[in-house]
Design a protein around this ligand. Structure first.
Ligand code: SF4
Ligand code: URA
Length: 209
């Protein structure tokens, strides 16, 4: 059977590959459209995520939605996942063995979704693509590999704790539509764009899927 996002989510929900599986209320596989162009990768579920089985539903999630709205995107336009899918006790950092044990699930999700912009939130997802780098040094600076942009951003929770980073976070977020526009511009121009429906919320000029 070919792999699917549902298969992965089902495996994650019963996974005991690492010790985090024993402590969870709900695993948090991640969610969003299978054909999303944009994927956010956070760290791991917190209290609310563990309770609900959904990513970024607490304070960080609320802030993430606010940031998305600022670039005229909605939560349902993007795929949101984490590097570990079960909550580390007391929100401690994920351990290397946990990151390693969980790695394959996210790799499979990425392989299926094939996002064009992968946004890492915080240090632990950044390390997947920018090993050994410092977030304070490279945040907001995209790296292109083939047709995929990797954009390292601060973790929303870190910005909530350090309000002086908010302006920078807004500026970093503004890179996202720019990267999509850059990819769109490279594609063969279509002869004529279909007329926009007036009732269409007119949310974004960019095609998201
Ligand atoms: Fe499995 Fe990942 Fe949960 Fe560990 S964190 S039990 S590897 S799903
Ligand atoms: N922080 C994360 O890194 N992930 C979540 O899903 C929620 C908060």
């Amino acid at each position: 059977m070919p792999d699917s996002l549902d298969t992965i989510a089902a495996e994650v929900r019963i996974c005991l590959r690492c010790p985090l599986g024993k402590g969870r209320t709900h695993a948090v596989p991640g969610e969003g459209p299978a054909n999303a162009r944009i994927m956010f990768i956070g760290e791991g579920p917190g209290y609310h995520e563990d309770m609900q089985g959904r990513p970024f539903v607490g304070a960080s999630g609320q802030y993430l939605e606010e940031l998305l709205a600022g670039i005229r995107l909605r939560r349902r336009d993007v795929f949101i996942a984490n590097v570990v899918k079960c909550r580390p006790p007391g929100n401690r950092d994920p351990e290397p063995v946990e990151l390693t044990a969980c790695r394959d699930y996210l790799d499979r999700q990425i392989a299926l979704i094939q996002p064009e912009v992968i946004i890492t939130l915080g240090r632990f997802s950044m390390q997947r693509y920018f090993p050994g780098q410092s977030i304070t040094r490279i945040h907001g600076q995209p790296k292109r590999v083939g047709d995929v942009f990797y954009l390292p951003l601060f973790h929303p929770a870190a910005v909530l704790r350090n309000p002086e980073w908010r302006t920078q976070m807004l500026a970093d977020f503004a890179r996202i539509p720019q990267l999509l526009a850059e990819l769109d511009a490279e594609r063969a121009p279509k002869p004529s764009a279909p007329a926009q429906d007036e009732d269409d919320e007119n949310y974004t000029q960019l095609s998201l899927f």
